[in-house]
Unconditional design. Structure first.
Length: 318
């Protein structure tokens, strides 16, 4: 059941079999994120691996990569407001007893930087040297920030929240909703969400992150919230390999799921953020337009929860 450990290229097929797609961007309020008719009963159906199953995740590790630069407050609040419906749906459709970790990292790799930055055609206008000056690798120095350089954001004494699908999700909802908005708007304007996703899995950040990500039997979900294109200076494949190294026992790319609320231009120009999100499956990953806050619930709710449940069902049992 295991697959190879290399990052998918443009000519590769998916490492994970196709799963139910959430569809493309959510536009208007009435747009359904699944692109399909609603279930006639209107009820969610819990997936059941059943006795003797050879696949089905035991763990789900949810990493939220949240842009913490200026202008993000509205979007952080909208994400927090949509989170209860998403978690309720996740708990209902995943098998009973699935253990979940939920954590947050930010897009900041230079805590305390006060440098202006602009974009044109969905790319940074800054020079390579300027971008590099705000990319502090955690293997080389610690910038002193909370949730920066791929480290998990500490909130209310926790670097992540652990719960099972049998639990009452109210404490998780409270923790995440407060943490997502506490990430704030003081982060560096050189946003590097792809680098954050990669370094979150790297041993260099073990002091804060060790134990968050499980390998064999676990589905790793990366969810981006950003209103800017990515400025990570290294190749998407470098960061993708970090993730694959952390999921090698599970089966590599089939054990990773990416989604997000992101700028539409990243898809239009196939920007690095979109390229990274496409590494993990045959179909385009589910996404929503970050500007359409009124539609967050449509994207970040039942449809995404069902897509994750389908992905969970494909994870090999160790």
């Amino acid at each position: 059941m295991a697959c190879g450990s290399s990052v998918r290229t443009e000519n590769d097929t998916a490492a994970r079999p196709p799963t139910t797609s959430v569809g493309s961007a959510v536009g208007d309020d009435e747009t359904d994120a699944t692109g399909e008719d609603d279930d006639e009963t209107g009820e969610r159906e819990r997936l059941d691996a059943g006795t003797g199953a050879v696949s089905g995740c035991q763990y789900v590790d949810l990493l939220f990569v949240i842009d913490n630069s200026t202008s993000m407050g509205t979007y952080q609040a909208a994400l927090a407001a949509s989170f209860p419906g998403f978690i309720e749906a996740m708990f209902e459709v995943l098998p009973e007893g699935i253990d979940m970790h939920v954590g947050i990292t930010t897009t900041d790799f230079d805590a305390g930087c006060n440098a202006p930055e602009s974009t044109a055609n969905c790319q940074t206008s800054a020079s390579v040297a300027e971008v590099q000056s705000h990319y502090k690798r955690p293997t080389e120095e610690h910038d002193g920030g909370n949730g920066t350089q791929g480290r998990l954001f500490r909130w209310a004494g926790r670097h992540w929240f652990e719960a099972t699908t049998d639990d009452d999700p109210s404490e998780l909802v409270t923790w995440f909703s407060n943490a997502a908005t506490a990430a704030g708007e003081d982060g560096c304007s050189f946003e590097m969400p792809v680098a954050a996703a990669g370094w979150a899995t790297h041993p260099a950040n073990a002091a804060t992150n060790e134990g968050f990500l499980r390998d064999a039997g676990g589905l790793f979900v990366i969810f981006f919230l950003t209103d800017e294109p990515d400025k990570s200076p290294q190749s998407k494949d470098v960061y993708g390999q970090m993730v694959l190294d952390a999921k090698s026992e599970c089966g590599g790319a089939r054990c990773v799921f990416a989604s997000g609320l992101i700028p539409a231009c990243t898809i239009d120009v196939n920007q690095k953020l979109w390229q990274f999100m496409k590494l993990w499956g045959e179909d385009d990953p589910p996404w929503g337009n970050i500007l359409h806050t009124q539609s967050y619930t449509s994207h970040f709710g039942d449809a995404l929860a069902m897509a994750l449940a389908d992905a969970c069902a494909e994870i090999p049992i160790p």
